[in-house]
Design a protein around this ligand. Structure first.
Ligand SMILES: Cc1cc2nc3c(=O)[nH]c(=O)nc-3n(C[C@H](O)[C@H](O)[C@H](O)COP(=O)(O)O)c2cc1C
Length: 208
C-alpha cells in the first residue's frame, strides 16, 4: 500500500471535550470528524483507545466539539494534542465557558457544537464514535483550519495516536522535537522553544 495515497485525503481540525461525573474535564485534538446526516444532524469521529478523553467519553457519552480556526494559537494544539489529561489540567490556562455542563473552548474557534454518543465501533487501535448533535453555533468568522493548513502553514506534525500518523524520513542535520515531531534544519540556539508544543531546546534531538 502506498500510504502517500492516504495523504491526499482532506480533514479539518477539531477539539473535543468531555467531563466526568466528578467534574474532571478532558479534551483532545482530532482531525477525523465528519458529518454523517443532516436531519437529524449526526457526525462521526475516531479516537485512539489510549487517549484519556476516549476512555472518559465512553462513560460520559456527552461532548462539546470545537472547529479550530486558522487564528487559534498553536499553544492550544500543543496542550490538547500533545499532552495527556492524565498528567495535566489542560483547562487551566485556556478560556472556556460551560454550556449544558460541557466546556466549550473560547480560543478563536470557528464554531462549537454539543452532542451525545449514539453508537461506537471498535476499530482496533481506535474507536469510531457516531453521535447526534443537539446544538451548535458559529463563534467567529475566522476560516476553519484544515489539516493541510496545520501541516503547510503552522508546520505541525501529527502524533502517533492520530489515525492519520505517517512516519517520515528525517533529513540530515535536522533537529526533531521528541514531543511533537517539529523539525528544524541546521543549528538551534540554547533558548530555542518549540513553536508547536512549547518544549525547550533539551527536547530537540539531532538526527544523523
Ligand atoms: C494534528 C493532530 C491530529 C490528531 N488527530 C487525532 C485523532 O483524529 N484521533 C485521536 O485519537 N487522536 C488524535 N490526535 C492525538 C490526541 O489529540 C493526543 O493523543 C492527545 O494528547 C490525547 O489527550 P488525552 O490523553 O488527554 O485524551 C491528534 C493530535 C494532533 C496534534
Amino acid at each position: 500500500m502506498d500510504k502517500k495515497a492516504l495523504q491526499a485525503m482532506s480533514y479539518g481540525m477539531y477539539l473535543l471535550t468531555t467531563v466526568s461525573e466528578e467534574g474532571k474535564k478532558y479534551g483532545c485534538i482530532l482531525n477525523t470528524a465528519t458529518q454523517v446526516t443532516s436531519e437529524p444532524v449526526k457526525i462521526c469521529f475516531h479516537l485512539n483507545k489510549e487517549n484519556e478523553t476516549t476512555k472518559q467519553l465512553l462513560q460520559s457519552k456527552n461532548f462539546a466539539l470545537s472547529v479550530l480556526s486558522t487564528k487559534v494559537h498553536p499553544n492550544v494544539i500543543s496542550i490538547f494534542g500533545f499532552q495527556s489529561s492524565k498528567d495535566v489540567d489542560k483547562f487551566q490556562e485556556i478560556a472556556f465557558e460551560m454550556v449544558d455542563g460541557l466546556p466549550v473552548i473560547q480560543e478563536k474557534m470557528s464554531a462549537w457544537m454539543i452532542g451525545n454518543i449514539l453508537e461506537t465501533v471498535d476499530m482496533g487501535s481506535h474507536i469510531s464514535f457516531f453521535a447526534e448533535i443537539k446544538k451548535g453555533e458559529r463563534q467567529t468568522d475566522f476560516d476553519a483550519m484544515t489539516y493541510d493548513y496545520y501541516h503547510q502553514v503552522i508546520q505541525g506534525k501529527a502524533p502517533k495516536k492520530a489515525p492519520t500518523y505517517v512516519e517520515e524520513p528525517v533529513e540530515e542535520n535536522t533537529y526533531v522535537c521528541d514531543v511533537c515531531g517539529y523539525r528544524v534544519q541546521g543549528e538551534i540556539s540554547d533558548d530555542f522553544v518549540c513553536p508547536i508544543c512549547g518544549m525547550p531546546r533539551s527536547h530537540f534531538k539531532k538526527q544523523n
